[in-house]
Design a protein around this ligand. Sequence first.
Ligand code: SF4
Ligand code: SF4
Length: 92
Amino acid sequence: MSQVARSKENLGKCMCMKCPTYTFMCKMRNMPGNMMAMMGDLEKKEHVEAMYCAFEQSRCMDEEKGCICEECLVHKENGLDKAYYCMATGGR
Ligand code: SF4
Ligand code: SF4
């Protein structure tokens, strides 16, 4: 698996926010942090609650309700072959 670039371009392509697994509570809780991530230097971030294929797993979600990673351009462009990157670092 190639290393997914922690770029704003990739974050913009990430579908996680539209995914049924990404709960409303997690969206509300993580909105400020994700806004900061968009404005700051993403490569220096340890953790972001999105683009889990480039970062570690979520600290917010814990229930699989479907994964739409396969519809994501980042998934295609990086030759990824797993899903649920939010549930396990490196995907399942
Ligand atoms: S492959 Fe999944 S985790 Fe990675 S950017 Fe796309 S939707 Fe987000
Ligand atoms: S990694 Fe997959 S399951 Fe998790 S939020 Fe993103 S699209 Fe949904």
